[in-house]
Design a protein around this ligand. Structure first.
Ligand code: HEM
Length: 491
């Protein structure tokens, strides 16, 4: 499954979004009701002009055009207000580096995210998920957003840095991340730097969070340099720093930038997606029942291991549908590196171009009843899934998410491990819709947990000890890796 969207017969349509305000452009609409604003754009055209503050920008609204843009990362490079701000945090690491630097960096980091390594991490994923809910009590109110972010931060920090980032430091990273994600969004939609130099409490919080993450990573690197080499991503980077194989050696600055980039991207999106999943399950008991039935049949009370992944078909469909319905990465910017013709329109060099997985995923032309949460869309023969090219939660092309397989495995394992033993219910009253920041998802979701009385026996947290060593070869993740290229591998 891939960007197999057919080119429309008619020429591309180009429009302008109504409601431009002087100086702030569409900033108010994007800030107050961003999702509604995005959904209003496809009827305006396949390519729609909007304003970010005073700046003119272009939103790409047709899946085929989005794929064209993502495939041509030389012309549509990382840049625009979002990536300019991210560079202050991640330097020129793999997430933010320009096209010319990207291939080398991606090749350097890729081994950690190779399917066989992902398979090797499933035991760790199950362990972290079981540890998370191990001390929940019947009737306890759980801050699901914080709990998921804590779990994903610990997991990715163990993968990248083994134990060089202490649990307390990982927790601090989690706190900083919340401030950064909030601040980043405002800086993207109103890219007026002078506003963010004013020493308001919010601006100070943002700057302090950025500095603190950098300090924590520097401390972890220094700790490792004093100790023994380890077989993790930091070990790989430090080895590349000492290499003499003709490639330019990796500098200290790059080691730092890569770790900050991967730690932040590797924790935030998966946690948002899991929090969205629990929120959606709490409102869709029929989906929850079917999920429980599959998990009980496949796992019979065990924690999931790598061999279970291909059999957790409905569980994976629930994750896929959450990624469609509430994609954590919902809005991204690019900048043109040369004058180019796009959708029949001349774009100057330096033009800001945006794409939004949320917009594509909620276009009824691609997904009927797009606001409905319907995991059955992804089960063969149960519902039409829509054109696959329109599903891009992990993007596409050379800048596609490096952690797609990792996070699909992580989220499937976590969902199975937690829902195998716990139900999470919304407190009575209205469930507030998620408010988008730099990512989309419930930023502060409180739910009430209850042990599953209908689950098979043997679900106590001590079952962690029974997780078998992950079998790398022929794993579900490897199979998934062969199945397609948008990173979402379903039934
Ligand atoms: C639900 C989970 C995740 C989602 C939805 C997601 C989504 C995305 C998207 C949409 C992009 C492309 C951004 C753009 O086009 O500007 C991206 C890039 C990236 N993601 Fe993820 N991501 C997830 C998890 C992860 C994890 C676990 C990691 C692991 C460290 C990760 C690391 C990265 C990196 C390094 C890039 C930049 C890739 C490059 O430019 O070569 N992500 N992600």
């Amino acid at each position: 499954m891939n960007g197999c969207v057919h080119e429309p017969e008619q020429p591309w349509t180009v429009g302008t979004a109504p409601g431009i305000f002087p100086s702030i452009g569409h900033g108010i609409a994007l800030f107050r009701r961003p999702l509604e604003f995005l959904k209003s754009l496809p009827p305006q055209g396949d390519l729609v002009e909007i304003r970010l503050g005073p700046q003119r920008a272009w939103m790409v609204c047709h899946p085929e055009l989005v794929h064209r843009m993502l495939r041509d990362s030389r012309t549509f490079d990382k840049g625009g207000p979002q990536y300019e701000r991210l560079r202050a945090l991640m330097g020129d690491g793999v997430v933010t580096c320009p096209h010319a630097e990207h291939r080398r960096q991606r090749r350097l980091l890729q081994p950690t995210f190779h399917p066989s390594n992902v398979s090797g991490h499933t035991a760790l994923m199950a362990e972290e998920a079981a540890a998370l809910c191990g001390d929940w009590r019947d009737g306890q109110e759980v801050d699901v957003s914080a709990a998921m972010l804590g779990m994903t931060t610990r997991l990715i920090s163990r993968v990248l840095l083994s134990d060089s980032l202490s649990p307390a430091a990982a927790d601090e990273v989690r706190h900083c991340l919340a401030a950064i994600v909030r601040g980043l969004f405002v800086r993207t939609i109103v890219p007026v730097d002078v506003l963010f130099r004013i020493p308001t409490p919010a601006n100070r919080r943002y700057r302090r969070a950025v500095e603190r993450v950098r300090e924590l990573i520097d401390a972890a690197i220094a700790e490792r340099r004093r100790g023994a080499p380890r077989d993790d991503l930091l070990g790989l980077l430090l080895a590349a720093a000492d290499t003499e194989d003709g490639e330019p050696p990796v500098t200290d600055r790059e080691v730092h930038d890569q770790l900050v980039s991967l730690l932040l991207t590797g924790s935030e999106s998966s946690s948002m997606c899991l929090a969205s999943t629990f929120s959606l399950l709490g409102r869709h008991p029929e989906v929850e029942r079917r999920l429980h039935a599959e998990i009980d049949t496949v796992l019979a009370g065990r924690l999931p291991d790598v061999d279970d992944l291909p059999r957790l078909v409905y569980t994976r469909s629930v994750v896929t549908e959450t990624l469609r319905h509430s994609p954590p990465g919902w809005l991204f910017t690019r900048v043109t590196t040369r004058e180019t013709e796009f959708a029949g329109r001349r774009l100057p060099r330096g033009a800001t171009v945006l794409y939004s997985p949320y917009l594509l995923h909620h276009d009824p032309a691609s997904f009927p009843e797009p606001d409905r949460f319907l995991p059955e869309r992804w089960l063969e023969g149960e519902a039409a899934p829509g054109p696959h090219g329109a599903l891009i939660p992990f993007a596409a092309g050379s800048r596609k998410c490096i952690g797609d397989l990792f996070s699909m495995a992580e989220m499937t394992v976590a969902l199975a491990a937690i829902t195998g033993r716990w139900r999470l219910r919304h407190p009575s009253g209205r469930v507030a819709p998620p408010r988008p920041g730099a990512t989309l998802g419930p930023r502060s979701l409180t739910m009430i947990c209850a042990p599953r009385t209908d689950a098979p026996d043997g679900t106590a947290p001590h079952a962690v000890a029974q997780v078998p060593e992950a079998a790398a070869a022929a794993s579900g993740a490897e199979k998934a890796g062969r199945d397609g290229d948008n990173g979402v591998h379903h039934a």
